[in-house]
Design a protein around this ligand. Structure first.
Ligand SMILES: [Fe+2]
Ligand SMILES: [Fe+2]
Length: 359
């Protein structure tokens, strides 16, 4: 991308593009264009490969058969997941207000919200078919969840800009994937099954009952992590300081959404304490550290350093001149390096989506 003033015209009437200093407008344009391409790849896969419905693709008869094996803590936590997922309308609404004039991000918000709405329906189906909640109890619970409105900015530092929303979603989706995968393992244990899918389950392409529902939803969640990670990486190349600064703010104040306004918040907290399903240590080891690694950063200190160094980058230098080391230092090259402009290919391989979908 170059600024218009750098283009001259040859005898053949074709513009000769000469690299020049990057303007703010050119950075935003290039980042929006790459985000659009990433969205198209994501949407295609969501529609053609990952698509499913709670009413057609889960296994309610197996949930009914094995429901009596689920522990009370497991049921409490699944009900809380239902509550959190039911705030999707508030999450989408808030996001749309913020992303109103950004077509790429608006479309992602809409597609993402469509996928998320299936998750609450899946957890309702699991609780109902497992015979651990009645339809009446679930209706009442969801009505109570709906009595409260969740807003992005309460208790979530950094969630006041489109970049902050991408950074928060990147981290939150990975945490959700981790939670659901842990719950899948827990259910398998309670069902008396091994942690990994059995050959029979592999052959039919679905795990048993509620474990299968958690597998399907967790696959959505890691795909969500993947698309927001791609967006954060794109913007880190074009708007390094703003993006890394937003990421640090989100890292420093990260909490999962809506937990404190759930009608059964205290029962959930007690169940979490007993089961140790998601602890601060696990958040660091299985969510924050892998997310930093996927950004090419060694640890949080490297992110803090990168924020400081990004402030001092010469304003005209674009992504083809700038690389970030794992310790958060910027490495500048005066010669344009086209491989840098496209992002680090080694990092692209760190997109965890395929790997985590495999089992
Ligand atoms: Fe979800
Ligand atoms: Fe998600």
């Amino acid at each position: 991308m170059v600024t218009a003033t750098n283009a001259t015209t040859t005898d053949l009437g074709m513009p000769t593009v000469v690299g020049g200093p990057w303007t703010r407008e050119a950075r935003e344009y290039a980042a929006a264009d790459e985000t659009h391409q990433a969205f198209v790849r994501y949407f295609r896969k969501a529609m053609k490969i990952r698509n499913w419905t709670p009413w057609d693709d889960l296994h309610p008869a197996e949930m009914a058969k094995n429901g009596h094996l689920l522990s009370e803590d497991t049921v409490t936590i699944i009900q809380a997941y239902l509550g959190v997922e039911d705030y999707v309308g508030d999450y989408v609404e808030d996001g749309l207000h913020l992303l109103n004039n950004n077509r790429e991000r608006r479309n992602l918000q809409l597609a993402w919200g469509m996928e998320e709405l299936k998750h609450a329906e899946a957890w309702e189906l699991v609780l109902l078919q497992s015979g651990v909640r009645t339809a009446e109890q679930l209706r009442e619970y969801r009505d109570r969840v709906g009595d409260h409105k969740w807003t992005m900015r309460e208790n979530h530092p950094g969630l006041d800009t489109p970049l902050g929303v991408a950074c928060y979603a990147m981290l939150q989706e990975r945490a959700t994937y981790f939670n659901y995968d842990e719950m899948r393992k827990r259910i398998r244990q309670e069902y008396g099954l091994p942690e990994k899918a059995t050959p029979v389950e592999r052959q039919r392409g679905a795990q048993i009952g509620a474990a299968g529902a958690f597998k399907t939803v967790a696959t959505d969640e890691i795909a969500h992590h993947g698309i927001f990670l791609e967006i954060v990486r794109i913007y880190t190349r074009y708007l390094p300081h703003e993006t890394l600064d937003a990421l640090l703010k989100v890292f420093n104040g990260f909490t999962m959404p809506a937990l404190h306004i759930l009608p059964d918040a205290s029962e959930l907290a007690a169940a979490m304490q007993r089961t140790l399903l998601h602890t601060p240590l696990k958040q660091g080891r299985h969510v924050n550290n892998p997310a930093l690694d996927s950004m090419g950063l060694k640890n949080k200190r490297a992110l803090e350093r990168a924020v400081q160094e990004a402030k001092m980058l010469p304003p005209g230098l674009g992504p083809e001149h700038v690389a970030i080391s794992r310790t958060g230092e910027f490495v500048l090259s005066m010669e344009a390096d086209p491989t840098l402009a496209n992002g680090d290919p080694a990092l692209a391989e760190k997109l965890p989506v395929e790997e985590m979908q495999a089992d």
